[in-house]
Design a protein around this ligand. Structure first.
Ligand code: ARG
Length: 288
């Protein structure tokens, strides 16, 4: 069932079926007030590095073609989830998607504020494991740079923001109810970074998802209610002013005992060889 949820974005009927299977008692908090579930509306100017990935050809024009989130880590460099670039989601390899764009500075996807920038190239982590979801990151290189001030720094290995209990915020235009209600306006939800031990307990691999502390970090609330959800994938989890995670997967949304699982950004930084660039802010990471 977890696989079905991960792919639910391109198969809404499966999401509906899965949602019905969730006992009402545990689903209730997810339906509270909805990105991200249990969240609140934000203006993109408060998190200008949060971008939407768009393809109107594939997803229609209604919500600016949004299908995933991303985060600007360099003027022309956006990090997102590898699974957002999969054929399962896009219906074709990313190279065949002529109208793949990054939308920046647009709080409300019904409007045409901000910028739409074409993606020049897509690099998907060759180590991404589409079964276990380890290494779920990809790098988009933009055809033009984003406006100055759009970029956020990335957490490196050993960053104190990864300590359990750290306050974090996740941003996105995804499902705000857990039942397929995609938001047209940007939302955020406050969650806490959880210990690797509790993430491993939540996702031991028995019913689908396996937590891998090396390449993932998990965050949520003990009582559930606040979480990322379908459509938020690739978007940022931010703590102490740095991006520490990318929305990756989870069992349902906002369910107690099933925290959201994020790509560990410090692991992406290491794999990409960006560690040096992090220490020298005058040289933001560019391309791969
Ligand atoms: N895989 C989903 C997507 O493609 C993200 C799911 C996140 N789920 C969660 N409970 N945090 O948008």
């Amino acid at each position: 069932m977890r696989r079905a949820l991960v792919r639910a974005l391109s198969r809404p009927l499966i999401l509906a079926a899965a949602a019905v299977a969730i006992p009402l008692g545990s689903a209730a908090p997810a339906a509270s007030d909805g990105v991200v579930v249990g969240g609140f509306p934000v203006d993109v100017s408060e998190s200008p590095w949060t971008v939407a990935l768009s393809s109107r050809d594939r997803f229609g024009g209604m919500r600016s073609g949004q299908f995933c989130g991303g985060v600007a880590v360099g003027p022309s460099t956006v990090l997102t989830a590898a699974h957002c670039m999969s054929e399962d989601v896009l219906g074709a390899p990313p190279g065949q998607l002529a109208d793949l764009k990054v939308v920046a500075g647009r709080t409300d996807l019904y409007r045409d504020t901000g910028q739409e920038v074409s993606v020049r190239s897509v690099w998907v982590n060759p180590g991404y494991d589409s079964v276990g979801n380890a290494g779920d990151f990809a790098v988009l290189t933009l055809a033009q740079p984003l406006p100055a001030g759009t970029v956020i720094g990335m957490a490196a290995e050993g960053d104190p923001a990864y300590e359990a209990g750290t306050d974090a915020v996740v941003y996105g235009w995804g499902d705000s109810t857990g039942f397929g209600a995609y938001s047209h306006s940007l939302r955020a939800a406050r969650v806490h970074v959880l210990s690797d031990a509790s993430c491993e307990r939540a996702y031991p691999g028995t019913s689908g998802g396996t937590y891998d502390a090396r390449s993932m970090v998990c965050a949520g609330e003990v009582r559930g209610g606040r979480d990322a959800c379908q459509g938020d994938s690739g978007g940022p989890l931010v703590a102490q002013g740095r991006v520490i995670g990318l929305v990756s997967w989870g069992s349902g949304c906002g369910r107690p005992g099933s925290p959201g699982v994020y790509t560990r950004v410090s692991d992406a930084v290491k794999t990409l060889g960006w560690t040096r660039a992090l220490r020298d802010p005058t040289r933001p990471p560019e391309g791969v």
